[in-house]
Design a protein around this ligand. Structure first.
Ligand SMILES: *Cc1c(COP(=O)(O)O)cnc(C)c1O
Length: 939
């Protein structure tokens, strides 16, 4: 028996299950799984997990864990600050499934709401940094700074391997940069630029603004000196400070990087929050990550879509600008909306108040005789108290305020929008001074101050009353299609239920308001929860150790490959640098291998879509002595349980290589096979796929890395602690996006061993059901044992396209008219659709999807038969908008009802896309990546 929650998580009921089994031709799920999964990898045990509890009991248990955290006032700073999430944003974005269950906006017609929200984010970043183009979020400040370093490497004409980092940079940023640099042969030199000179040659310079110490320095001369030798300059800047300070763009910086956390996103013990990256004109085509741009639709109206995708890993693979895929969309939306809600005056007021608190704090300390460095500052001051720092920090903690212990002699403290006079009094008391109470005003000199207007676009000046804000959020959410409307059958992306019970703890103060460097005594509950989660994930995967630090699948890949690299070096085999990757692999795999300093060698696939074992033998022979690893996805990206996996692992091991199994497809394995047991050495998992963290419109994610014991010593290091040899920090916080780890914890706790296994079984059943129903209408490209697929199936549209000209794009867009999000398009095979229904869709929704696909097939036949012209038919013109339907003229050779209400569509609940088919190429040729002027919308 499974629990009540498993029955709610799994869509099909027992009767549905029987009907689906009958269609697929198997008597039971067990029998189906026996037939589908090769015996060589099959695991026959029962997962050793706690017996599942119901929704209410689970939250009670988690509350008890949360209660073991203590929420203190944080003045630690270092890029993580207290902030008030406006309630209208918390409830209507963070806690609203219309935003959090959406997918990455690859289908722009159904994503205009989040694309507009991201364009606001980009506009905000580019405006505040004073640079031309900003992308739609990085994973955190540390990784954004590391991406800035590799961008500088690509763009600089200098051949020097040296990257200079100012010693006043955030320590965790230095840790992440150093970890990224080493495998790429980049030599990081950390210099105190207030006293040390720049080297003669270097390709890039990283400056912090304001510095970790709080100092606001005029970097103009350093920027000029760097440009002199052909180096690029990154300024890691605090966006709140930039509302008052001269922006990086004005001092000649090429790149700005940082975080937008303090724009209304809780600290969450390290994440998730949106990092940012902005570049000056001329560098936009080298920018990593997703970039939203303005284009036009087929009626010529403005429409948003992702721009310049040819930079990205899913197209460029090992030649991509970075491996970033899942980013931090939900948090970027929140930060952008924080700026929309407060507007320029509101943000400046928050910044000014924050600054004045810090000025008062410093004045009180100075009045009491405490030594405060005589440098301009924004929100952070550093006090020198010889030999007394630890005692002051402990005293403040006892008063409920966390300060930063810099070293034995120095204490750092940062103010933010939540700092109160009471907090200042507590700090003064901890230092043993009385403080002063006279009001002081801002102290920034004119030379440092910003003189231009900020956030001039009307979007930042129109939604300041709550009614307007509420309606703006609702309007954008209504533009989009997310899981709260219907199925998103995306192969490889596992868009399953994100249960409300799983989501609720994310907003709890005990999880939301903890600084990543809070004293260990305040994070007992967090660490216990994370320990349990890591243990459960180890049990599920059959590995020995797990780190949740990587904050996306791509980062898990990098962490895993770096572990392999460190392992080989540790054994004196550091020359092993070849990574074999099948041609069907996800784009992140190849991009990650390059970042880990490996050479990518592609292995072909055979006609059945399996890794070609003959080609594999040949490549192993060719690279035997240099073989570091193979990276394979299991089940394969073709959605098939390959039988050759065990022998593949053995062959690579025999040649001295390690086996990396990309675990993004774990939804097909949980409870039935364990990668750590069938021969793999390391995997990353995607908690935002298999383990119910919602996709957020393109992030957040968590990509834990799981390893066998021999790789455990090489798991990610602690970016906030002392560097440990061979352990690179992968993200800026030790537990990465800790704030969303309650979601998979609750999921696993409520599902239990049997619930999880049944979920896997039903996911595989659903994929085979869809394959069985659609096979006679569209060929199913690959199948494994007994003609079965795993948890997804590829529908081959190439024959249809060849015969009729109707493309995979046409079908994807036509599905919108039928009320669906398209399946994954042209991955892993161009011209195909990959469908992953997951266990969470009930039979009615599966049938609705199959019926739509069958109806579309009949429409294609009409085109083939010449009844509708090739260029003017319901497929070519899809999606149809309400505006089109209501047009006074109807020039098309098919009726309006066929256009807008094709077979079976619920007329009352019909979803209308706000724009017609978007022309991506136009926007790439005419690149616009910030909010267009309102006049652009006048027709
Ligand atoms: C999603 C996915 C990844 C990348 O994960 P991100 O979290 O988007 O970085 C890697 N491999 C496969 C097979 C995937 O489906």
């Amino acid at each position: 028996m499974t629990t009540e929650f498993a029955d709610r998580h799994i869509g099909p009921g027992r009767d549905d299950e029987r009907r689906m089994l009958a269609t697929v031709g198997h008597a039971s799920i067990d029998e189906l799984m026996d037939a589908a999964i090769p015996e060589v990898i099959r695991w026959h045990g029962r997962l050793d997990l706690p017996e599942p509890t119901g929704e209410h009991e689970t939250l009670t248990e988690l509350r008890a864990l949360a209660a073991r955290n203590s929420v203190a006032v944080s003045m630690i700073g270092l890029g993580y600050h207290g902030t008030y999430t406006p309630a209208v944003i918390r409830r209507n974005v963070l806690e609203n499934p219309a935003w959090y269950t959406a997918y990455t906006p690859y289908q722009p017609e159904i994503s205009q709401g989040r694309l507009e929200a991201l364009l606001n984010f980009q506009t905000m970043v580019s405006d505040l940094t004073g640079l031309a183009t900003a992308n739609a979020s990085m994973l955190d400040e540390g990784t954004a700074a590391a991406e800035a370093m590799t961008l500088a490497r690509r763009a600089s004409k200098s051949s020097s391997p040296v990257y200079v980092v100012d010693a006043d940079a955030l320590p965790q940023t230095i840790a992440v940069i150093t970890g990224r640099a080493e495998p790429l042969g980049i030599e990081v030199r950390v210099l105190d630029l207030t006293v040390q000179a720049l080297p003669a040659e270097f390709f890039g310079l990283h400056l912090q603004y304001p510095g970790a110490s709080g100092a606001v320095r005029d970097h103009t001369a350093l920027v000029a000196a760097a440009h002199e030798v052909g180096a690029l300059v990154t300024v890691a800047a605090d966006l709140l400070a930039l509302t008052l300070l001269r922006p990086p763009g004005r001092i000649g910086a090429d790149i700005a990087a940082g975080t937008t956390q303090r724009f209304g996103v809780p600290m969450g013990f390290g994440g998730p929050h949106a990092g940012y990256l902005a570049v000056r004109a001329g560098l936009e085509r080298m920018l990593p990550g997703r970039l939203v741009g303005v284009s036009r639709d087929s009626a010529g109206d403005p429409a948003y879509r992702l721009a310049l995708q040819t930079r990205e890993q899913h197209i460029r693979r090992e030649k991509a600008t970075s491996n970033i895929c899942t980013a931090q969309v939900l948090l970027a939306v929140m930060a952008g909306m924080y700026a929309v809600y407060h507007g320029p005056d509101g943000l400046r007021a928050i910044a000014t108040r924050t600054h004045e608190r810090a000025v008062r704090l410093a004045a009180g300390l100075r009045a009491g005789g405490v030594d405060i460095a005589d440098v301009p500052f924004f929100d952070t001051v550093t006090a020198t108290v010889p030999g007394r720092a630890a005692q002051v920090v402990a005293d403040a903690a006892a008063r409920g305020v966390n300060l930063r212990l810099v070293d034995d002699d120095r204490v750092g403290m940062s103010c933010d929008e939540t700092t109160t006079p009471g907090h200042l009094a507590a700090v003064w008391a901890a230092f043993g001074v009385d403080g002063v109470d006279d009001t002081v005003t801002a102290m920034l000199s004119d030379g440092l101050r910003r003189t231009d207007d900020i956030l001039t676009h009307p979007v930042f000046r129109s939604h300041h009353c709550e009614t307007a804000m509420l309606r703006y959020l609702r309007r954008l959410a209504d533009f989009d299609y997310a899981l709260d409307r219907g199925m998103i059958p995306l192969g490889s992306c596992t868009m399953k239920l994100n249960a409300t019970t799983e989501m609720e703890p994310v907003s709890w103060a005990e999880f939301a308001h903890i600084h990543p460097f809070a004293p260990a005594g305040q994070t007992v509950g967090y660490r216990e929860m994370i320990g349990q989660l890591e243990g459960w994930l180890a049990e599920v995967t059959g590995y020995d150790a797990v780190s949740v630090q990587p904050n996306a699948g791509s980062q898990g890949e990098l962490a895993g490959l770096l572990a392999i690299r460190a392992y080989h070096r540790d054994r004196g085999e550091g020359h092993r640098d070849v990574c074999l990757i099948p041609s069907s692999a996800h784009g992140t795999n190849a991009a990650s291998a390059v970042m880990a300093g490996m050479r990518v060698v592609v292995v072909g696939c055979d006609d059945d879509g399996n890794v070609d074992l003959v080609d594999l033998d040949a490549e192993i022979d060719r690279h035997r002595d240099a073989l570091a690893a193979i990276m394979v996805t299991y089940p394969s990206t073709h959605g098939v349980y390959e039988t050759g996996i065990a022998s593949l692992c053995a062959k690579v091991h025999d040649a001295g290589g390690q086996v990396y199994v990309d675990g993004a497809n774990l939804n097909a394995l949980v409870g039935f096979a364990k990668p750590g047991r069938f021969g793999a050495d390391v995997s990353h998992l995607n908690l935002h796929k298999t383990f119910c963290i919602p996709h957020g419109g393109g992030g957040p994610g968590v990509g834990p890395v799981a390893v066998r014991a021999h790789l455990a010593p090489f798991l990610p290091g602690d970016p906030g602690g002392a560097p440990v040899d061979g352990r690179a920090a992968i993200s800026a916080a030790r537990y990465g996006s800790a704030g969303i780890l309650p979601i998979p914890w609750v999921y696993l706790r409520m599902m239990g061993a049997d619930g999880l296994a049944r979920a896997t079984g039903v996911a595989v059943l659903a994929a085979n059901y869809v394959a069985a129903r659609l096979r006679e209408h569209f060929p199913v490209l690959y199948a494994g044992n007994k003609g079965l697929v795993a948890h997804e199936c590829i529908l081959d549209l190439r024959p249809v396209t060849k015969a009729t000209g109707v493309s995979v794009d046409d079908v994807a867009k036509r599905l919108i008219d039928y009320g669906f999000h398209a399946p994954t398009m042209s991955f892993p095979v161009a011209g195909t659709l990959m469908v992953e229904p997951t266990e969470s869709e009930d039979l009615a929704e599966l049938d609705r999807f199959c019926d739509a696909m069958i109806a579309i097939r009949a429409e294609i036949d009409e085109v083939a038969a010449g009844r509708w012209p090739a260029g003017d038919n319901p497929l070519a013109n899809a999606p149809h908008t309400a505006a089109m339907m209501a047009g006074d003229e109807w020039p098309h050779p098919y009726p309006r009802s066929v256009a807008g209400y094709p077979g079976g569509v619920d007329r009352a609940g019909k979803y209308w896309p706000p724009v017609r088919r978007v022309d991506g190429g136009y926007g790439d040729r005419n690149l616009v990546c910030s909010c267009p002027s309102p006049q652009a919308y006048e027709s």
